[in-house]
Design a protein around this ligand. Structure first.
Ligand code: IPM
Ligand code: MN
Length: 346
């Protein structure tokens, strides 16, 4: 019989609340014959305050054994900036070689989008997840003096770029519009930019059915706002993808709806699914957080594990739920989770 062995990292702030709802919907959508096992990992700000640990080797090793990871959110104002981000979240992405950071954007009905009523918006950003300026390749000289020099060198390897570009082409080829846009800044970042462009053009020759396009990242931000319907699949580096996907979330219904998958397509390591949003400490523990982004991340998780029908059921439930939000009183985190669980079960 089928089974899913899931690691759960609720993390900090609203992480716990939204993950609870994600698991509720996951339990509701899975057929009876699928055995779901979950193991919760106590990682994040509280753990760090208690023990000084971010992600001990033993836990990294244990996480490796699961089929997938569901993560809430990581980070807290009481922890110095970067400690948990680098020591936990990015450590997981790097250790498990999550080179595809998949971030879909869809204009759902009745959302607070400034683009409401516009033509259909449905695109996905394939953000490189293991290289770029995120590798920590830098340093500072004469630290703390007037002559301090800080470098943060972007690392782009042919191997790393080619594998994510190939993934993006394959995704584009599998979608109805078959369009792929490379976003970079090759008029200024000439070294990395040309590596990306050359590899993109080389792989494009193998996909004659995919229409290709190139945009500088600054121009891309304009089109995200003025003409987002032009996008289908976008491939870009780690930092550009980070920035563009917050913008994408903001213009298509808010960060409360944005889901993501940190994917290792080879299956060598477990992939990790998480909402794009952060820990929202200002509303943590109040039942105000919208769990929809986490629930949609569960759909991505199911799709990754081969449960396509269940993933679609979740996405349809979210669409239907959002369609009914107009004029409704605000619901709690729990109420939204309950409503989605009822919809996917029926
Ligand atoms: C995200 C976040 C992370 C990133 C931070 C918290 C390290 O902003 O998942 O987009 O920059 O990737
Ligand atoms: Mn981000």
């Amino acid at each position: 019989s089928r089974s899913i062995d899931l690691a759960v990292i609720p993390g900090d702030g609203i992480g716990q609340e939204v993950v609870t709802q994600g698991l509720k919907v996951l339990n509701a959508v899975l057929p009876q014959d699928v055995k779901l096992e979950t193991k919760e990992y106590d990682l994040g700000a509280q753990r760090w305050h208690r023990t000084g640990e971010t992600l001990p080797d033993a836990e990294l090793e244990a996480l490796k054994g699961h089929d997938a990871i569901l993560l809430g959110a990581i980070g807290d104002p009481s922890v110095p900036s970067g400690v948990l981000e680098r020591g936990l979240l990015l450590k997981l992405r790097f250790a498990f070689d999550h080179y595809v950071n998949l971030r879909p954007s869809k204009l759902f009905p009745n959302t607070a989008s400034p683009l409401a009523g516009r033509p259909e918006i449905d695109f996905v950003v394939v953000r490189e997840g293991t290289e770029g300026p995120y590798t920590g390749n830098g340093g500072s000289l004469r630290t703390g003096t007037e002559h301090e020099v800080a470098t943060e060198v972007s690392v782009n390897t042919a191997y790393g770029v080619e594998r994510v570009v190939r993934d993006a082409f394959a995704r584009a080829a599998g979608r109805p519009r078959k369009k792929l846009t490379l976003v970079h800044k090759n008029n200024v970042l000439v070294h990395a930019g040309h590596l990306w462009k050359n590899i993109f053009d080389k792989v494009a020759a193998e996909y004659p059915e995919v229409a290709t396009d190139y945009l500088h990242v600054d121009a891309a931000t304009i089109f995200f706002v003025t003409q987002p319907e032009r996008f289908d699949v976008i491939v870009t580096d780690n930092l550009f993808g980070d920035i563009l996907t917050d913008l994408a979330a903001a213009v298509t219904g808010g960060i409360g709806l944005a889901a993501s998958g940190n994917i290792n397509p080879t299956g060598a390591f477990p992939s990790m699914f998480e909402p794009v949003h952060g820990t929202a400490p200002d509303i943590a523990g109040q039942g105000k957080a919208d769990p929809t982004a986490t629930v949609l991340s569960v759909a991505l998780l199911l799709r990754h594990l081969g449960y396509e029908a269940e993933a679609v059921r979740i996405e349809e439930a979210v669409s239907a739920d959002l369609a009914e939000r107009e004029g409704q009183a605000a619901r709690s985190t729990d109420e939204i989770g309950d409503a989605l669980a009822v919809r996917v079960a029926s």
